[in-house]
Each structure stands twice: as C-alpha cells, then as structure tokens.
Design a protein around this ligand. Sequence first.
Ligand code: BGC
Length: 843
Amino acid sequence: MTPVTGVVIPDQAELRRRVGRLPLEQKVQLLTGADFWALYAAPEAGLRRVVLSDGPAGVRGESWDERDSSANVPCATALAATWDTGRVEAIGGLLAREARRKGVDVLLAPTVNLHRTPFAGRCFECFSEDPVLTARIGGAYVRGLQRSGVGATVKHFVGNDSETQRMTVDVRIDDRTLRELYLAPFEAIVRDEGAWAVMAAYNGVNGTPMVQSPLLRDILDGEWGYDGLVMSDWTAAHDTEATAQAALDLAMPGPADRFGPWGDALLAAVAKGTVDEALIDDKVVRILRLAARVGALVDLPPAPELAREAPDSAAVAQELRAAAAAGFVLVRNDGLLPLPRHGPADRLGLLGADRRLRVALLGPNAEVARTMGGGSATVFPPYTISPLDGLRGAGLHVTYAPGVTSHVRAGEARAPWLLRPDRPFDPGTGAEIRFWTETGELAGSELRDGATFMWMGGLATSGITEPVDRLEIRCVIRASVGGEYQLGISGMGRYRLLVDGAELFDITLTLPEDADVAEALMRPPQHLAPVQLAAHQSVNLVVEHDVKSSSFAGIGTFVQLNLVPPHGTDDEEIAKAVALAAASDAAVVVVGTTAQVESEGFDRTTLALPGRQDELVRQVIAANARTVVVVNSGAPVLLPWAQDAAAVLLTWFSGQDYGDALADVLLGDVEPGGRLPMTWPASEDGLPSTQPADGVLTYDEGLFIGYRAYDRDGREPMFAFGHGTGYTTWAHESLTLDHAPDGAPGVAACVQVRNTGSRRGREVVQVYASRPDSAVERPAKWLAGFATVDADPGETVTVGILIPERAFQHWAGQGWSTEPGPYVLAAGPSSATLPLTAWLELS
Ligand code: BGC
C-alpha cells in the first residue's frame, strides 16, 4: 500500500453520511463525467471538481494544445527496459508534480496490458510481455504517483492487448491464462500498491463487455479487496442497467446528455426499480473515497507533503535524460561503442586542429525523432531533443542526411517552412486561428505554435462561448529551396485552402464508417496539392474549415496542416547518405517507426521498418564498417541486418530529452542501462494474431506468449527477453537460497556477481523458475524475480532477490495451488543465459 501520510481518508460510515446529504438526482449526476476530463463537484458532500488526464507519457492536462506543455517521459517499454523500480518510482513522483502543476488529480496511467504480440499497435504504452516485470514496473509507477497524492488509473482491465475492433471485440481467454498472465499485473498492483482507480476496457472478455463484467465485482472487489474507483474507458459504457448493476462507478466522458448510458436513463431505471438506489450509493462512496485520497474533499485538512512545488525544468531535463539512457538496450556491440570524442589523426593534416570525431548522422528519425507513441498518450513537450540536436550539442563534427523517407503520409507542417503570420521572420513555427460565428462575426482568435489543432468536447474549450461556424487558419509558408512543395490538410469535414488568395482546393474529407477515434486522430483522411515556390519565396496560406461539417465522431474538431518540402528520390538520398558515411570516422543511422505505424487505434500489419530503411542500413554498413544502428521504435521491428552491424542500440520512444541521452550513451558518458522487456523476434512467423474472427479474438496460444512460446517451440528469437549489455562485463558467480526475510512466504535467492570489466556499471540480475516433470502444462521457465546491482571494476556484490510464493503457483480452477516437489531457480544476465541454478523442494 502507498500511504499518503497526513491525508485523512474517511471511513465507510463517514463517506455514507456524506452520500446521504445528496438527493438521488445529484448522486446520479456524479456518476458521469461533467465534461471530457472532469467529475462534477458536490459542495454538499465536500467534493470539489476532480480532474483526470492522460497519461502515461506525461500529464497532458485538460486541453489538447501545444501551448499547454507537459514533460514528456519515456514510454512504457523504455521504462520497463530499465528493470529499475526505484527509477520508475521517481518518474511517478515527477509525474505527480506535473499533475499538480496542471491541476490534475488522477492520471489515466499506467497501462498494464501485456505484449501478447508485437503486432499490437499500443505495445509502446504497455510495459512488457511478462506479467511479473509488468507488475513490478507498473507498481513502482503507481507508488511514485500516489505517494505524492495523485491517483493512478491502472488500465485497461482486462484483455485489451490489441487494437483491432477494440471497442467491440470479445476476447476469449481460458481461466488459467487469464489469472496467470493478463490479470496478474492488475492483481499485484491492486493488492500491493492499493491503486486508487482502475479503468474498465472497451472490449469484452468471455462474452461480457468489461464495463459490465462480473470480473469487476467478483475478482477485483471480492477476491482482491479493491476499494477504489472503476471508471469506463472513454465512451465504453452503453447499457444503462447492466453497467449500473456491475461494479462500474463512473462513466466517462460526460456530460450524460452527450455521452454514456446513465443520467436520466439511470434515474428512470431507479424509479422503475430495475436498479437499486443502494448500488448508486456504493458508486458515489467510491467517488468520494477517490476524492479524499487526492485531496478533493475540501473540508478535510490538506496533506502536508502533497507535491505542490512547480517542477524545476533543468532538474526535470536531467532526470529524463538519465531515465532515457537507463532504458536504452545495447543488443549488439563488437567494440565500436562507446565512440571516442576525437577522430584518428589525419595523416595529411587536412583536418588541421579540428580532430573532433566526424560522424555521419543518417536516417529518417535522426532529425525528427519520435519521443512518444500516438493516440491518447500524446503530450506536448516544451521541446524535444532530436539525435541531431544531441550529437551536435555534444561537440562532434556531425554531417546529416535523412537517407530515405519512411512516411507514407505527409507529416505535420513545421519549421523552417511554416511560420506564424505575426512573426514571419522567426525560426519558430505556428499559425493564427480565427473563429467565425454563423452571422459572420469574429468570435475570437488565437496564436498557436504548432500545426495540429484539436478541440475535444467542442470549441468551448478555446474560451469561446458563441457557436462557431467556421475556422480560419492563417500562416506563412516560406520556401527554403526552390521546387515543388506539397501543401495540404488532414481532418474530417470540409476544408478550403487558399494560397495568396487563390484557391488551391476545396474538399470534404470523410472517415471510414468503422474508424476508431484514436485512428481518426493519428491518421485522419488527408489531401495535398502541389505548389511551385522559388527559393526563399513566402506565400500566405489560409485554411477555411466548416465546423459543422466536421465528422470527428462527435468528439470535437480536428485540423492538421501538412507540408512536404522538395526532396530527392530515395535512391538519391541513399547515395548522399552513403557518401557521408564513407567520408566519416563513424556512421550513426537512426531508423524507426512513424506515427502511422505505432499508435493507439490500430494494429501493425508488418513488423518491418517502414520505407526503404533496411536498404539504407545495409548500404551504410557496406560503406563504413564503423556503423551504429539506433532503433527509435516503441516495440520490436525486424532488423534483418543486425548481425552485420558493428553495434545496435534500441532506444524506444524515450521522451523529450532523447537526443541528449543518445549522445551520452554513444560517447560513453553514461552506459546503456536497459535489458529487453520483451522477446525481439527474428521474423513475423509464429506470433499471435490481433485479427478477430466474427468479432471474437481467441487467445489460442494460452500461457505461451513471448519467451514462453519460443522456449516451447525451440525457436530462436533475434534477441532474447532480458538481453542487453552495458559498457562493462560481469561474472555471475553463485546462487544460494535462503528463507525469505521476516518469515514471508517464498524464498530469497542470493546471487553473487562481480564486475569483471574496467568501468563502474549496473547489471540486471534475473531469476527464472521452472518445474521439471510438472503434472500441469507449464512454460519451460518463467521470470520469478530480479534486481539491479551497481559495482565498481573488480567489485563483488551479493544481491538478495525475493521470490514470492506466487512464483511457484499455478491457477488450479478454484484457487492458487503449489504443486509439491522439486523446482529449479536459475539466475543470470538474460533469459537465454542462466549460468547459475539451485534446486528447492516444496511441499
Ligand atoms: C484510451 C484510454 C484513454 C482514454 C482517454 C481511450 O481511447 O483507450 O487509454 O485514457 O481514451 O483519452
């Protein structure tokens, strides 16, 4: 449990007394959001407005607006790759301070669904394929938040492990698999950390939508003793009575006359007697308990230690830079890394005094890196440090070429081409937006710093009260070089685009019928048209949008400006990149996915890198053997050239300070601290599918996901679960077993490791359990515990790792059971390298 010292949580009787002060209408009103992100206040019960926000890569706050920026922390896979609960707890604390700064009480995070398959579009937002690693890292995230008085929302309960048809799919999971894999992280976090909120998923499990599933009352509340709040995923609740009778407490978003099944319909059900008022009271009690925990019952004394101080941006940057490096996984290094700061002496003396290492920085993600995945996890960081910024900032001699285009769609218009009309000579980017009423009056205007505009829950969020009929977006486009520029728009509805007053197009964009909201946001319909511009020519661009024509699923209004500058063909760009690599001391190629590949709202159709990136890598390696390939993706991509590269560094979506962390690691100022939180596949074969058949997705593979499947089938992945190296070497010397401390059930595995290299480093010691000749079907091995150790060169450290009783148990239909007999614990640096073993006999 994570107690918040000083916060008084009223007992059940006191909460009930408060509920008793409210009439039925008000109680029912409280059960649906007041708007997209907030709950209603009820002063009679002492309740102020409570604000929720996505999550998990930062705290976005109540607006979707680049002016309201948020610290962008590494994505879930990056955090899990640290295997470092202390560090992740500290990130939770940082997020809590961000939440307080932005007036947020409850973060809609962490996501603890599992990587059932790397094809799932939202893997970057989930920690791991393993339930124990997910539970420990997710638990640390929750602890960090809640210790500072900000609520965590553990989501999405349960079986939301892919995106295809996520709003309606019925996921069929056998009981044992459900308990041992998919429920396990929720159980551990609810029991051990006392999570304050849980989000019920869109999908159904075994025939019932999760927002009305018996799993909520029977398992979550009944078996695990959960006393927190259950909210629906956004627009997931539909059936008035079934959701009211289930242990769902809050339907989001609101208000009830626009979204959700409750409001007047629920009042009518109570009047009819089909829903008992006592059920309503129970739900309100849980809302008030959550409010007490986050300090939103205003008559209670505020907690002294709630994080209130504004985060210091330099300290945040430092923490995020270190956290990113701690999650980078060096999966291959033939000695090239770390790179020296200085190049070999130039025999002809052509370099003069400039002996800085000459690095060719190549690849489509080098200049515009991805620091987060797409969908509701989107936040607007105050800045992002790209690899190009990071390497230049580190004082290297850097030349740059993108190599190939990986986007199939046009990207967001950006600097140096898109300029705000009020500052057409500044390097910053942006636009002016004017809001027009039906009668042609100007209702307001605003200056924006980006090119993606989203008003969730209506334009009222812009502070405009009159109904808006038309939007006008004005900006300046300035050509850097002469040539053909593609200008365009993404969104839903009617758009008219004018260049210097002349119409370029007038078009109505429509979404496919079955589009998911997140898909609509991440890859909406797009239209582009070519414009010829001379070098340095500026033109005025105006976009008119008919707001009522917008068909954004009733959620709000969305417009994105797009621009593609003149560029060479991929063949020409590859040739340029190869020439730079050949003329440099080393090449760094940053490859990765795009926003159209890894996002909420859709799954992946291939694990291959988009575009001709594989070809780029192969040609650069051929031109310069001293090539490091840096992978900027949130989840596995195929790396068919990996064995030919001198070094391969997996860097995830690592937050706003990504590029600085990359420079630190490439130059050896910091070692890459990560180990793989998932199995990295060598091919797409044999992986579970995300595609439902007739609305049903059956988890046929049962317990065998990730390394469990590779072990069973005797298949070799590209890189094993838990793999990764730093810049020193380790000997795993001995494993002994002892009683668990304080007589706790389970055992303590004591592992002795020695730093055999020449610099201080950190090792992740992993312990796996197995049960030879088990009478029940089991994986060959499963993660049972882990710990990180730090040691100086030559230093020996012994670490005690608690292996809880549950590590030996299996779900036996009605409860957990420990099969008596021998078990093996094996320890080592990865699931594929376990040099130490110890036996134990359980009765
Ligand atoms: C996502 C949730 C998110 C919610 C609010 C949903 O589409 O599945 O994870 O918290 O939207 O943005």
